[in-house]
Design a binder for this molecule. Structure first.
Ligand code: P6P
Length: 337
């Protein structure tokens, strides 16, 4: 039986893990939790009000922006502006960083990279969507933060998390001392600790990949998929393919049950599709903190040196044993060239 504890109580309690903490990161996480509740309210009633459909704009990714994309982006930026603990936001919805230059945040030391509403193509068909965030401490002192402050390796994250707006709404995050999950109780409007100390099983039987791209995959990825289709998992049960097309939903399932999420380089996405700064890095941080593994097929995702804000990366993330298995096929492919 998990002790009743709200996200706010948990954040304050865990602040003791950081002897020099002055509460800024705690307040920043609180601000993100507040925005998550506001976005959740709109996601939950998306079908009832005219907030579905395209916002008629195209984002930096060249993707049609859904109204909820724009709304979520506005709500998280607004919460971070009013909270005063963040100096700049790098958002999937903005080509350039959004400078949070206000009296309140003048000396803020945290940077937030965020995908305000991931999986938004699923909004209109009522499939789970999510928010993904990554928090860094700025390196530079004084003046406005620079792009160099933002483009830090994933290994330098001070915190990362996601919100999954699904059958229930959950916030899962890490500050580098394990992973904890909180479920929103709408009756009291609080995220409550529901999944303490999440650990991803070392092996699983679920593989998540868009097999519609099969013809565009490398031989190594094809060999892994074929292996899963023709063999039983170590549990002596057949491997299972599960793919929702919403990163947060696919990762959340594999985090809890064990499994691997695969978005490899393909002919149409030679560097992978998912963005390093606000999708791969935060998820990789969470997966590693839960005892799993996250690589781009060659190296640890958290060791990738970012070159640009919206750069993409291949990713193989989840149960250690399953990521190691696909790396075996990828290594064999590289060595056969
Ligand atoms: P595909 C959603 O657009 C997203 O960024 C992730 O949430 C998801 O995992 C991926 O793209 C799905 O991509 O090419 O399989 O539709």
């Amino acid at each position: 039986m998990t002790t009743f504890k709200t996200l706010g109580q948990f954040i304050i309690e865990k602040q003791a893990d950081f002897p020099y903490a002055k509460g800024e990161l705690s307040r920043l996480l609180r601000d993100i939790g507040i925005a998550a509740k506001v976005v959740n309210r709109e996601v939950n009633k998306a079908g009832l009000v005219d907030i579905l459909g395209d916002a008629g704009q195209i984002n930096v990714q060249g993707e049609g922006q859904k109204k909820l994309d724009v709304y979520a982006d506005e709500q998280f930026i607004r919460a971070l502006q009013s909270g005063g603990e963040c100096c700049v936001v790098a958002s999937e919805e903005h080509e350039l960083p959004v400078d949070i230059d206000s009296e309140l945040s003048r000396n803020a030391k945290y940077i937030v990279c965020i995908d305000p509403l991931d999986g938004s193509s699923n909004i209109d068909v009522n499939v789970s969507v999510g928010t993904i965030f990554s928090i860094y401490r700025r390196d530079s002192l004084g003046g406005r933060p620079t792009l160099k402050d933002i483009l830090q390796k994933g290994d330098k994250q001070v915190a990362a998390g996601y919100i999954v707006y699904g059958s229930s709404t959950m916030l899962v995050y890490t500050t580098g001392k394990g992973v904890n999950g909180f479920t929103l109780d709408p009756s009291i409007g609080e995220f409550c600790l529901s999944h303490p100390e999440i650990r991803v099983p070392a092996m699983g039987q679920i593989y998540s990949v868009n097999e519609g791209n099969y013809s565009k995959f490398s031989d190594g990825v094809k060999k892994y998929i074929k292996y899963c289709q023709e063999n039983d998992a170590p549990s002596q049960r057949p491997y299972t393919s599960r793919y929702i097309g919403s990163l947060v939903a696919d990762i959340h399932r594999n985090l809890l049950l064990g499994g691997i999420f695969i978005y490899p380089a393909t002919r149409t996405h030679p560097n992978g599709k998912l963005r390093l700064m606000y999708e791969c890095n935060p998820i990789a941080f969470i997966i590693e903190q839960a005892g799993g593994r996250a690589t781009d097929g060659c190296m640890r995702i958290l060791d990738i040196e970012p070159g640009s804000l919206h750069q993409r990366s291949a990713c193989f993330m989840g149960s250690t044993g399953m990521v190691a298995a696909i790396e075996h096929f990828l290594d064999a492919e590289r060595n056969s060239v």
